[in-house]
Design a protein around this ligand. Sequence first.
Ligand SMILES: O=C(O)CCC(=O)C(=O)O
Ligand SMILES: [Fe+2]
Length: 217
Amino acid sequence: MTADLFENFLLPATAVESLEEGATILRGWALADAESLIHAVQQGLMQSALRQMSTPGGKTMSVAMSNFGSWGWVSDRQGYRYVSKDPENAEPWPEIPAIILNLAQAASKKAGFAGFTPDACLVNVYVPGARMSLHQDKDEQDMDAPIVSISLGLPATFLFGGAQRRDKVKRIFVEHGDVLVWGGPARLRYHGVAPIKPGEHPLVGARRINLTLRKAH
Ligand SMILES: O=C(O)CCC(=O)C(=O)O
Ligand SMILES: [Fe+2]
């Protein structure tokens, strides 16, 4: 019996799927750390609570959000931007928990982007019915840095489009523990999330949690 038969015995399987040049799905990459990640998110949210922001056009977003890191993404009547303090409490955003930072850095390296140093972690919480319409992530200063997106809780259909809004969209089923990385030639791809289907996840209930790590500055 060979040793390598047991080499990865205790590690959950991670399958690496290439979506296109610069875009990778790491299936199950966050699975082993999921409980610790969720715990870290809950801790951070005690300091900077979830809130439903409004779009520049005045609509309330269906996704509830908060941020960890030196910079937090916000939206209001003035537009989209990164700010260093939580407008709700005028305090700096909580630090990015080490477990989240380490995982994002390992994932980006695995996907071909070594040296990723995110300074912003957007926390998106979806309840069934919540969605995110097609958009580009373009409020960051450094387009050389990739985006790492961690999915926890209820599954979702991630919409991954092209360089133009009208381009064909791939529908990607993402579930608890999956990590998406996109950067380089794929950095400005349109993307979004289809309405979350009703369901119950054993760790987080009727919710999907998404952590999006970026380098804002
Ligand atoms: O929830 C997701 O998977 C995507 C979130 C996203 O695209 C964003 O926050 O910019
Ligand atoms: Fe996005």
